[in-house]
Design a protein around this ligand. Structure first.
Ligand SMILES: NC(=O)c1ccc[n+]([C@@H]2O[C@H](COP(=O)([O-])OP(=O)(O)OC[C@H]3O[C@@H](n4cnc5c(N)ncnc54)[C@H](O)[C@@H]3O)[C@@H](O)[C@H]2O)c1
Length: 294
């Protein structure tokens, strides 16, 4: 079996954002191996031998529009991966970078995506519990223009207060809401997201500093370890642990997969679900084990 053919990226046109670093850089390296023609975009310069690299700030509509004008007329796979950490005061910027620009780019480029093409996002375990904001997220998704969406954000300071979380929850709501919509399903365009757990990348230092109330990276790293790693004696993923599955999901290998929110976290969020389900029945894992032994 020819593995390159199985992926289906040979000679195909791929657009990927956030490719200067981390998960998207790993994904781009694999896509290059698989023979894709890659158009890569990042606010920083991209040092990979892609077909064309764009340096653009994707929080800005004019810069996005400028890149979009230059992208090819036909795109087979779109990977939206750029992201930043949240700090006090950058709540709106986080919405623009981590969600709104990704929705905007998807919708501006959708008519160019080929039938049976794919759109794949990187959300986060930080978006866990997205169901709680789904109705509000759908309201935002249906706001017709960038400018009106910025007004919507201004009118909802309570929601954007949970900056990183709300943006990632909106992304997961978007996948859920759009997967069977006419614009996607009529041309069998697949839409999915991965939800990485703690991963060592270019964002690690920012996540550490933003998690600590004092902006102290060492303290933040300890807090992240307690939340994500201590509970299972775990270890942080590296960029390939996310970038490679991302490529697989956007490839022909996953040709029947759409609307999926795939947690790549070594089971952490499943264990949160398990604990929540058991505690809603007022049971601990130990009590269940005792029940079944009696
Ligand atoms: N690292 C983690 O632990 C983790 C966990 C869950 C989700 N994520 C998500 O994974 C995605 C990839 O991040 P990463 O961890 O590989 O970090 P990274 O910093 O290595 O990569 C993110 C890339 O996005 C680019 N970027 C940021 N702002 C941009 C802008 N305004 N315009 C254009 N490009 C911009 C950065 O320059 C960078 O190259 C992000 O969406 C992040 O939120 C990361």
């Amino acid at each position: 079996m020819d593995l390159k053919k199985l992926f289906g990226f040979e000679g195909k046109t791929v657009v990927i954002t956030g490719a200067a670093s981390g998960m998207a850089k790993s994904a781009t390296e694999l896509l290059l191996e698989l023979g894709a023609n890659i158009y890569a975009i990042d606010i920083n310069s991209i040092d990979l031998p892609v077909k064309k690299a764009y340096q653009a700030d994707l929080s800005k509509k004019e810069e996005i529009d400028h890149v979009i004008d230059d992208l090819p007329d036909k795109i087979d796979a779109l990977f939206l991966c750029h992201g930043i950490a949240a700090f006090p005061g950058n709540e709106l910027l986080v919405q623009k970078v981590n969600f709104y620009s990704q929705k905007y780019m998807t919708e501006q480029l959708l008519s160019r995506i080929s039938d049976h093409g794919s759109v794949t996002f990187i959300s986060s375990v930080g978006g866990f519990g997205w169901q709680q904001v789904y109705t509000k997220a759908v309201e935002l998704i249906n706001v017709p223009t960038w400018e009106e969406a910025m007004k919507w954000y201004d009118d909802h300071p309570d929601l954007i207060q949970s900056a990183y979380v709300f943006a990632k929850q909106c992304l997961l709501s978007y996948v859920t809401y759009k997967c069977m919509s006419h614009e996607f399903i009529s041309r069998k365009i697949r839409i999915n997201a991965i939800n990485p757990g703690d991963t060592t990348t270019g964002l690690t230092d920012d996540f550490n500093r933003s998690t600590s109330p004092n902006g102290d990276a060492l303290e933040g790293a300890k807090m992240i370890e307690n939340i994500f790693l201590k509970s299972w004696n775990g270890y942080a993923a590296d960029a390939k642990d996310m970038g490679y599955p991302l490529v697989v999901i956007g490839s022909d290998i996953c040709s029947y997969m759409s609307g999926q929110l795939i947690y790549i976290d070594y089971g952490l969020t499943s264990s949160w679900t398990s604990q929540a389900l058991l505690s809603s029945n007022h049971k601990t894992i130990e009590e269940i084990s005792n029940d079944s032994n009696n």
